[in-house]
Design a protein around this ligand. Structure first.
Ligand code: 173
Length: 319
């Protein structure tokens, strides 16, 4: 009896071996709170991989900032503590300052993949992050200044604003005092009056309740927020062709959805209006000057951090 059971089990194992490599499970993490706007694309990607990759490849979703502080995700990916990550460049500038330049793209990703910009960045991801950028799923999503004190000219003197590396050079050039925090600390910083406002894209302020503590949004927006799915290089190298295909197909599918972000922008603009958030709009020549200053200070910051690569990246990304 026992003998026959063992034999049956061995036969099953052999059958699995003959069909190809065993199913592999990758560990996935996100830098943004689970189920919030900037994690949703990654969550769709995971669902697709887990559906298409049955018996081939699966992703075990560890979660978001409750599992790991957002500014440590780059390091965890680099060291293989996690295999696959959802992050924005500003969160791992400690390892790769050039990653923050994605915010300055003025061309669609499809064009940057064709014009050599993607390959240029891929070498830096390889060298500095030990990783491959699989898909940028957020694009066409401008950043804004949100305030609790009104301004009547383009001047942030006397205001203290919450930032990440995305906004540092621009806000400082407008006279602001800045304090860097993870998104998870924005609500309490506003509530306690530690900051007078914050930088954030047009979408997502409702996810963590910030609309309750926000009086004004400054228009126009500037830059184009980037959030991408990345994979550890060694993890990728260990995958067989079938496993790679499941991941690559899901990545292409996800990146193709990035232009749809623009529809979400419109929804959140309406929602902010309904929530009573007032718009402080700089229009005409003033608005143009505001945006020019954003890009000028943004590129100056990238080039200051990377004199070697910054000017080349600008040629691929800017218009
Ligand atoms: O403000 C931020 O935390 C930030 O840098 C960012 C970047 C991309 C999307 C959302 C937020």
């Amino acid at each position: 009896m026992r003998y026959r059971l063992v034999t049956a089990a061995s036969a099953l194992l052999l059958a699995a071996g003959a069909a190809g490599a065993q199913e592999v499970t990758l560990k996935g993490i996100t830098s943004f709170a689970e189920k919030t706007f900037y994690s949703r694309g990654f969550e769709r990607f995971i669902d697709k991989v887990n559906a298409d990759g049955k018996g081939v490849i699966q992703i075990n979703y560890i979660g978001g900032p409750k599992a790991m502080p957002p500014f440590e995700v780059g390091n965890a990916l680099k060291n293989g503590v996690v295999d696959i990550a959802n992050a924005t460049g500003a969160f791992y500038t400690n390892l790769m300052p050039e990653a923050d330049a994605w915010k300055l793209t003025e061309r669609p990703m499809a064009e940057i993949r064709r014009n050599g910009g993607f390959d240029y960045m891929a070498r830096l991801y390889d060298q500095k992050l030990n990783a491959i950028l699989l898909a940028r799923h957020i694009d066409n999503n401008p950043f804004h200044i949100y305030l609790n004190k009104p301004i009547s000219k383009i001047d942030l003197t006397g205001l203290k604003l919450r930032i990440t590396p995305v906004y540092r050079d621009f806000f400082q050039s407008l006279g602001a005092t800045v304090v860097q925090t993870a998104p998870g600390e924005v609500y309490t910083s506003l509530e306690r009056g530690v900051v007078d406002g914050y930088g954030w894209p047009i979408t997502g302020i409702f996810d963590l309740g910030w609309h309750e503590k926000t009086k004004y949004r400054v228009d126009p927006g500037f830059y184009s927020a980037e959030v991408s799915v990345l994979i550890n290089k060694a993890t990728w190298a260990k995958l067989d062709d079938r496993q790679k295909k499941v991941i690559s197909d899901a990545a292409a599918w996800l990146e193709a959805q990035a232009p749809d972000t623009a529809k979400e922008n419109e929804k959140d603009i309406e929602r902010q209006k309904a929530a009573g958030i007032q718009v402080i709009a700089f229009t005409g020549a003033e608005g143009a000057e505001f945006r020019k200053k954003a890009y000028d200070t943004g590129w100056a910051g990238v080039i200051r951090q990377s004199a070697e690569h910054g000017p080349k990246i600008r040629q691929f990304f800017a218009r």
